[in-house]
Design a protein around this ligand. Structure first.
Ligand code: FAD
Length: 318
């Protein structure tokens, strides 16, 4: 569905808007169609008003971070896609609230830059995010992390624009972070306040490098993928590695069209250009894996990657 009169939504707002905007290059998979309307707000007011108008006009709205955990359908996506990459939304205020160990990071800031800049300044806390491609908003929404910790470990407060278009700050005592999820309500993460610890910059940088090297040695980081496709399921009361279950089902290297199960890490599905990959191939491969793992181990895998499809409510913000 193309938005009926899209300019009613944004013409008077401080935003940049693009109709029929290609999204493939904005995701790590590098596949998928176009957004009916891509909007880049310049201010919180513009974003909040846009959210309210989308709700009023029943126009679906989704937020795109760095596209590292996302599969956009080949037919593209309806309604409005918001991207917080205007300079304001990429800001990082070090020494926020006048305190060395606090920083306020806006939703579109790059996690990679943040990890390196914090270490350079001798601020410890984000090393576990080394090698995890993300915007701040996407990282908080997914509680991104792994073996060494997760972003939720250092989040002190989150400012979120809710479905009603109002900005509300959620404080530490209200927030819960668990394996790849949070209790944050639906909405758009505008900023988060992070709790850091002063430390020796060299020690911080060494830790960042060590964790990056570990990731690089265990994951196909340069592949066109979205990281782990499936959540690690609970089996007999403990988290089991989805990659191990896929491997045990004999699926390493399995392929549908241009989508392939990484021979390096079975929970990474990658698009290879040789097969002319499409989102549809990834979806078909996902279904095949779910069926085979269910038969082989009796475990029902659930996807961690968010799928955007026309008319679907998955990943919808408004
Ligand atoms: C090579 C590679 C390695 C990876 N390794 C890891 C890993 O070790 N650990 C891990 O946890 N993940 C990993 N991932 C997945 C990915 O890095 C994380 O899920 C990350 O948090 C995604 O952030 P993003 O900004 O790219 O979000 P996107 O992929 O753009 O979006 C993901 C979801 O977050 C929502 N979202 C984005 N921005 C906002 C916002 N401002 N407010 C509200 N919602 C928002 C989107 O609408 C969508 O629902 C990896 C991915 C790749 C490609």
């Amino acid at each position: 569905m193309i938005v009926a009169s899209p300019s009613n939504l944004y013409a008077d707002l401080d935003v940049q808007a693009e109709l029929d905007a290609p999204l493939a290059a904005q995701t790590w998979f590098g596949v998928g169609g176009r957004a009916d309307l891509l909007i880049r707000p310049n201010t919180i007011d513009a974003l909040a008003t846009l959210v309210r108008r989308c709700r009023r006009d029943e126009v679906p709205l989704r937020v795109l971070g760095s596209g590292a955990n996302l599969l956009v359908d080949d037919d593209g996506i309806d309604g409005v896609v918001v991207k917080l990459d205007a300079p304001f939304f990429r800001t990082v205020d070090f020494n926020a609230e006048g305190r060395l160990e606090r920083m306020r990071v806006y939703g579109g800031a790059s996690m990679e830059q943040l990890v390196h800049e914090s270490a350079r300044r001798g601020l410890r806390g984000l090393e576990a995010m080394s090698g995890i491609p993300a915007s701040l908003g996407g990282a908080v929404r997914m509680n991104a992390g792994g073996k060494f910790g997760a972003i939720g470990d250092v989040v002190d407060a989150v400012a979120l624009i809710g479905l009603d278009g109002e900005l509300r700050v959620y404080t530490n005592d209200e927030l819960r972070f668990a394996y790849r999820e949070t209790n944050l309500p639906q909405g758009i993460v505008v900023w988060a306040s992070l709790r850091m610890l002063p430390d020796d910059p060299i020690a911080c940088r060494t830790r960042v490098k060590e964790i990056f090297a570990y990731k690089k040695s265990t994951q196909p980081m340069s592949a066109n993928s979205a990281g782990c496709m499936f959540r690690n399921p609970m089996v007999a009361g403990a988290r089991e590695s989805a990659g191990k279950l896929i491997d045990l089902a004999g699926l390493k290297g399995a392929r549908v069209g241009g989508a392939v199960v990484s021979p390096e890490h079975a929970n990474f599905l990658a698009i290879d250009r040789v097969g002319g990959g499409r989102a549809e191939d990834v979806r078909a491969l996902v279904e095949q894996i779910k069926e085979r793992v269910l038969v082989h181990s009796g475990v029902q895998l659930q996807t961690e990657v968010v799928f955007w499809r026309r008319g679907s409510t998955e990943g919808l913000h408004v």
